[in-house]
Each structure stands twice: as C-alpha cells, then as structure tokens.
Design a protein around this ligand. Structure first.
Ligand code: MN
Length: 194
C-alpha cells in the first residue's frame, strides 16, 4: 500500500488574491506531493507500509517521521483554509476562544505573536488540551502536535517560506493577514467536537 496525494479541497485559484494559484500549485503539487512520494519510497517493503499516516507519524523518527508528519501537516493546513473562511469565529469555537484567551482579538494577537516569532521553517497551531482549554503552540520543521497525548489540533498555519514567498516574499505579517481572511472556522469546529 502507498499513500496518494489528497486533492486540495478547493480549486487552485479559489484562495486568490490572498494566496495565489501559483503558490497553491507549487505548494500542493511539488512540496506536499514530494513528501508523499518520498514517504512511499521510504516505507516500501517495511512493516510501516500497511499503517495509517497518523500511526506512522506517532511511531517513527528520522526521514520517515519528517515526510509522514509533513504529509499530515499539509493535509491539515489545506483544510484550515477556505474560500468561504475568514471573519470572526462562529459556533462552539467562538465560545471556546473567549473562554481560553479572553476575546477573539486577544487570541488573534497571541496567534500573530507566536507566528511572527516562530523561527525558520515551522508551523503555528491552535490546539485543544484534554481539559477542553485551547492554546496556541509553535512547532519546528515537521513537528506536529498529534505526537502528544491529549493534544488535538484545531487549525494550523504553515510558516515554511514556500507557503508565502511567491505572494509576499519574506513579509510574514502580510501572509498572516491572508490567513485571517481565509481561516476555516467550520474545520476548527469539526476538530473541536472530537
Ligand atoms: Mn508547506
């Protein structure tokens, strides 16, 4: 068994002008696809070949972990964005944000601060802990919160430069504005309910 590149949940031009079709074509078709094909090569003929992606992420290290985790993180990232997204949170996630951060504005400020100060190739996540509280965390390289017991990812922002360099060069703050225009609160609510 091998993994296939999951299709984007929208057309490559659907997130423009915030994220361009050129960025999505490269990011999905080259970067995400590259992690999947490298992973397939690494696990071929091993006892990992019949495991789920999440199982591989939770039990592997080195190159297999890096490529499996990047495959998982990218699938989660595409779903964290939507052409119908952006604006203020709706539903249960709205109340959970107020409970944990005080207000949506305070949550946004914390998320922006974490993302702007997340060094090098990295990810910024909104996560839920086992007690129901929310937090914003940073991970580096391929690291992902699903390796931690009791931590459930709700949303993620890809901060590798390949995610925004074509559209915003090195200006991460402008890319953050794009994220807030696209953030998929419905996906966050689905994850919150788990
Ligand atoms: Mn990426």
């Amino acid at each position: 068994m091998s993994f296939n590149l999951p299709p984007l949940p929208y057309a490559t031009d659907a997130l423009a002008p915030h994220i361009s079709a050129e960025t999505l074509e490269f990011h999905h078709g080259k970067h995400h696809n590259g992690y999947i094909s490298t992973l397939n090569n690494l696990i071929e003929g091993t006892d990992l070949a019949d495991k789920s992606l999440a199982e591989i992420v939770k039990t592997s290290s080195g190159g297999i972990f890096n490529n499996a985790a990047q495959a998982f993180n990218h699938d989660f990232y595409w779903q964290s964005l939507s052409p119908e997204g952006g604006g203020s949170p709706v539903g249960a996630i709205s109340q959970a944000i107020v409970s944990s951060f005080g207000s949506f504005a305070e949550f946004q400020a914390k998320f922006n601060d974490c993302a702007l100060n997340n060094f090098a190739s990295s990810w910024t996540w909104l996560v839920k802990h086992a007690d129901g509280s929310l937090n914003v965390i940073n991970t580096a390289n391929a690291a992902t919160p699903i390796t931690e017991e009791g931590v459930t990812p709700l949303l993620v922002l890809d901060l590798w430069e390949h995610a925004y360099y074509l559209d915003y060069r090195n200006v991460r703050g402008d890319y953050l504005q794009a994220f807030w225009a696209l953030v998929n609160w419905q996906f966050a609510n689905e994850n919150l309910a788990q």
